[in-house]
Design a protein around this ligand. Structure first.
Ligand SMILES: [Zn+2]
Ligand SMILES: [Zn+2]
Length: 287
């Protein structure tokens, strides 16, 4: 037991030092400046060629979303992942040790070429996320947490990271622990994470991008806006795709009835949904 407490403490201490280091020393392997760079890039594109021309650049709740972005990305995402995955991997190895097995790697994945490793990891992670996202819509208690993300009224890139921190716990524990156990390392997650952030920002941005026929493979703003539509064809929602749209086409949850540029966003009863960060964080627990 002490060992696990120590792992949690070390994860957090290691993270605090790491975060400081990130901020004071810009480099190519630095999350902090990547997040700022990607955000400025999409901010610029929204200014240059907005889809909804009447939407302000600093749209409704822009600053709330910017706050969520840094909160979720730094204060929660990485720490949560660090602690949970360290424990998960340790627990798993301890469990195997009970049977005299020292290490179980399903594939010899670390020996694969880098691109094959990353692509495999990206696709597996995205499919797991698609399933978790469906769960967030189907399980009533999880939906209370996910409402935060669906409380966006005007869509823009920063809305990507407006979500309750519990989502991080739910996604990461379901997604990364199995991946870590297959044999993917922390360094592998870095590139995937940066790519996912860029794609997620794009899918929420006020830009008209559909990729033509590639829309059956890649999620895009014209598709994801329907995920946020207030009026839906069924109770549980549509277009759960995160980076890839292919799962929605394969499992018949894709829905783009028309151009969704000016579609009203939100969910039933969102008029009563709290408007500030603190209230939104507390809300699902009170429910
Ligand atoms: Zn959703
Ligand atoms: Zn969204």
């Amino acid at each position: 037991m002490n060992k696990y407490i120590e792992i949690i403490v070390q994860s957090y201490q290691g993270y605090a030092g790491y975060l400081l280091h990130e901020i004071i020393s810009p480099s190519w392997s630095n999350y902090f400046y990547w997040l700022i760079g990607i955000s400025l890039f999409f901010f610029g594109l929204e200014w240059w060629m907005p889809w909804r021309k009447s939407q302000k650049l600093f749209r409704k709740d822009f600053w709330l979303d910017v706050f969520y972005m840094f909160f979720n990305f730094f204060l929660f995402s990485l720490i949560g992942y660090n602690a949970i995955s360290n424990i998960g991997v340790n627990l798993f190895n301890d469990f195997l040790a009970l049977f005299g097995i020292e290490n179980l790697v399903a594939f010899e994945i670390q020996r694969w070429p880098a691109w094959a490793k990353l692509l495999t990891m990206f696709v597996i992670a995205d499919f797991i996320q698609w399933n978790v996202h469906r769960l967030l819509h189907r399980v009533p208690s999880l939906w209370e947490f996910h409402k935060v993300h669906h409380s966006v009224e005007e869509m823009g890139f920063a809305a990507h990271l407006r979500f309750h921190w519990m989502e991080t716990i739910i996604y990461k524990s379901i997604q990364y622990i199995p991946l870590a156990m297959i044999g993917f390392g922390l360094q592998d997650f870095f590139i995937i994470h940066i790519i996912s952030v860029a794609i997620g920002h794009l899918n929420h941005s006020n830009l008209y991008i559909t990729y033509g026929p590639l829309k059956y493979l890649l999620n895009n703003p014209a598709m994801h806006i329907w995920h946020h539509a207030k009026t839906l064809p069924n109770q549980y929602g549509v277009n759960y795709g995160i980076s890839l749209s292919i799962w929605d086409y394969l499992f018949n949850t894709a829905y783009i009835p028309k151009d969704g540029r000016d579609e009203k966003l939100g969910f039933d009863g969102d008029e009563q949904f709290p408007k500030t960060f603190l209230q939104q964080v507390v809300y699902p627990f009170k429910k």
